[in-house]
Design a protein around this ligand. Sequence first.
Ligand code: PMP
Length: 337
Amino acid sequence: APPKSPWIFHQGEFIRAGDLYMGPGLQGLHYGTGVFEGIRSYAVPDPGTPSAPRSGGPETSGPDDDRDARAAAGTYLFQAAEHYARLHRSCRLMRLDLPHSVSELVDITAELLRRNELNGHAYIRPVVHKLALRPGTPFGVRLSGVSTALTIMAMPMGAYVSRDGISCGVSSWRRIPDSSLPVNAKVTGGYANNALAVDEASAAGYDDAIMLNQRGEVAEASTANIFVVRDGQVATPHLGADILPGLTRAAVIDLLASEGGPRTAERTVLRSELHMADEVFLTGTGCQVVPVVTIDGRPVGDGVPGPVTRLVQELHHRATSGQLPAYRHLNHPVVFR
Ligand code: PMP
């Protein structure tokens, strides 16, 4: 028998991806009138296994190293409720009906992982988009009077970006301002802007693009927020800089503040600061915490990941794998039968 295609959740039921049919006239397809999220689940190994990152040792022991405080071995969604709350906000903006509460969406996601036997690291992609005009309404660019579809897919995904650093180029494509397309929402059509920036960066040989806003200030990378470190001071573009307020960004700011790291200033970050920084790193659900070691061909600091970046990677790893008691509410267990 041919291999079965993965389970997806679509319009209220679990179906095989290969059985999905939505038709050629989708409004979301034609006009980018959809919203989406990217969520990760993490496989937490048994603390006794050799692959467990912290099994003691002087450099790893600390107040949070208490085994009893750790999550039990298993699979955990990270910030799932926060992602689905953002999906709800995005839907509200784009007048998309989302007929499930945040907790229902988290439960549906857990069931989707179970059905696909995704008990390792995985990535979950919910998308809500304008489907088709109801009978009797004309085909056209609009938000009202159009039916809506929710589709959730999930796939195995470990770390796909080097933890040891990437190269970035500052894009000549400016980030779409909030006054043109709300940046608070993850609108599918808006990512054409990001795709142009990534394409330009990769044609120039860089791993990713750093996008400036219309004022020429640093905004973010193609699908990640950006942090700069100089003289031990951490800064990240403020919410008024036309950034997506990333959930990883928020977690990193909290983690640094609560776990003894430097405080983060949310402020205007100038392009020139990229070239004067000791460290630059990116944060996002997909990429996690990534050091940027060159920008426009110039080394950032010493051209290797710096101590604040390494600390943030470590704290993020601990939070996602349930090792920080104060952050355990962000780890949603997925029980596999
Ligand atoms: N900015 C953009 C444009 C993004 O697409 C993403 C990925 N969602 C981020 C930042 C990072 O957001 P988060 O940490 O919530 O994944």
